[in-house]
Every structure is written in structure tokens, then in C-alpha cells.
Design a binder for this molecule. Sequence first.
Ligand SMILES: Nc1ncnc2c1ncn2[C@@H]1O[C@H](COP(=O)(O)OP(=O)(O)OP(=O)(O)O)[C@@H](O)[C@H]1O
Length: 354
Amino acid sequence: MTGDAVLAAAGLTAGYQGARRRPVAVVESVSASLRPGRLVCLLGPNGAGKSTLLRTLVGSQPALGGSVRLDGAELSRLTARERARRLAVVLTDRVDVGLLTARDLVTMGRTPRTGWFGALRGADHDVVDWALAAAGATELAGRHVDELSDGERQRVMVARALAQQPSVLVLDEPTAFLDLTRRVELMALLRRLAAETGLAVLMSMHDLELALRTADEIWLVHPGGRFQAGAPEDLGADGSIAAAYAGDGIRFDHAAGTFVTDGREDGPAVNVGGDETAVHWARRAAARAGVAVAASAAHRLEVRDGPPVTWTLTAAGRATSGSGFATLHGRLAELAPATSGLPADPAETRSTTP
Ligand SMILES: Nc1ncnc2c1ncn2[C@@H]1O[C@H](COP(=O)(O)OP(=O)(O)OP(=O)(O)O)[C@@H](O)[C@H]1O
């Protein structure tokens, strides 16, 4: 089942040694493979076990069961240097790099190939230049790393990993401290590197919507440690993502592909139809208003592309029409009872008291 996989887990259990050296499994029965040129996002709610699984997959903590193979070789049998020639890891931890320039740091990425005291040859300098350019960090080469912004630093760390010329790049929450623009840019960069160089990329992240839009495949860790792998659309459409992230007061609306803050499955729902672009935005407006989108819903919303977008909402036998999403959102919000949990306004309470 591993085929041409560069990183493959079979029946893997990741976890810790608990009290009295008793093994405590965090993620179980992981069988999945990462192939060249693919970008895989590892998702799961807080504490599900993403970091534990990543650490086990890169060999920085031992597996409790099963196996991990890197380029066909059993990971635990490879030396650190053999691993580093094939596998590069980018963590979010800020390491103190003293007064190193970005180029110095990226050059250190060559160490697994040259050794600590190995002289850098012309070809090594070419690789460093390529890595800086590929990560969009050429203009940062002469800057001191400790002066860089989080986004710039992240690009330099990716360049350092690329300088190792690995087959596999593993990143733990690389988008964590980046603003939306930088997050999208970093994802686009990793996508392009995978497509153009055949690099296999595995990254954990919390930005579900960005992951679902970008990844070739999703690896999903459910609370309780169940593991699932599949195409983003399959895991989104069959409700697996929604199930993994179901929590108090928030749920993933798998029809709209967004989170909504109404946690109740029995809340109001609307059946949306009409022009494609208008339907897309109407789904988002519904999600924002805490209204689920479902083909079986009794309420019916019909939308037409604009500008301005026009809509007709038929609810409880009464049809209302309007234009623009501000008015539609207001009308949809009336379908969803308030769920803020805020105490009632005392003035309002008084006015309803006889
Ligand atoms: N060294 C450790 N010893 C014992 N248990 C641990 C250890 N490190 C983490 N855990 C536990 O393992 C579980 C999974 O943690 P992990 O950090 O892998 O989750 P995560 O999905 O990466 O979470 P987050 O999204 O919050 O980073 C948690 O219950 C955590 O408390």
C-alpha cells in the first residue's frame, strides 16, 4: 500500500511512557503514506495528538507500536545524519540564533551533507542560493535572523530546511504566528515547491479552511486518537471534519465549509439555490447567522447574482425578498434564536414583566 511513498506509517501508535513506564497511546492505528510532490495537512482539535504524531513520524520520539519507513528504510534504524539527508523538520519554537545572518542559518542546512567541519564547495553555495530563492528569502540573506519578522523568519527556516535537499519536509504549525496574507503566501510557496521539485510536504495546522482549500490530502486526528486520511472534499462532505471539531458552542458546517458558532445540530436550517456565486456567499451568510445549510431544510432561500444580489427567503409559508447580503443576514439571523449566552437585558426583562 505504500507504493512510491517517501514517508509511510503502518499500524503506528504514537504516545508516551506514562507512570511506571506504562505506555499511553495518544494516536492509534495510523496507516498512511506521503508521496513525492504531495502536500498533506495534519488537522485535529487542540490536544488530539498532532504534535505527538508528527514527532513520532520524524523519529524524535519512539513509536509505541507499528512502523515508520523513510524512503523505504525503517526510520528507527537510520542514523541522525541519514535521516537529515532525507527529512527536514521545521518547528515553530523560536531558537536563539545569536547574530547569525539568514544566509549563515540557511548554510547550516547543508551540514548533514558536508559535516560540521566539511568545507562548502561551489555546488553547496549554489544550493543555498537556490533554497533562499525558492523560499522567497533572497532579499533577507544579509539580515540578522533575530531582527526578522515572524513571517520573514519562517521563510528563512523553510529555506534552511530546503538547503538540506530533503525528500520530505515536515512542518509543525508553520502558519501559527502569521497574519492571513502571510499564511496564504506560505501555503502557496509550499504548494509550488511540492509541484515543481517533487518535495513531499507534511504540515500540521489549525487553519481548517485554508488546509481544505490547499492540501492534496488531509490527515485527521479525532479527539480520542482515531486517525483518518482522505481527500479534503471527502472528509469535509462526509462530516468527518465536522465530527472531529464538534465542540461546545462551535461546529463546522460541512455544507458551507465554515465554522459557525451555533453548536446545536437541531438549529434552524435553510435550503439554498440559485446562481452559483450568489449561492456561495449566501452559504457563508447563513453560517455567520448560525443557520445550517441542508437540502432537506423546510426553509428555502433563492439567490440571484447581482449586483446587487437579490434574494427570496420562504420560511414558515411566508416569502420575504430583498437585495444585498446585509439584509439577508439580518433576516436569516431572525431564524436562529440568540445563542450568545449573555444574560438578558434587565430593561427588557422589566418591560415584559406585568
Ligand atoms: N510528554 C508528554 N507526556 C505525557 N502526555 C503528553 C506529553 N506531551 C503531550 N501529552 C499529551 O498528549 C495529548 C496530545 O498532545 P499533542 O501536543 O500531541 O496535541 P496537539 O493535537 O498537537 O495539540 P495542539 O493543537 O494544542 O498543539 C495531550 O493530551 C497532551 O496533554
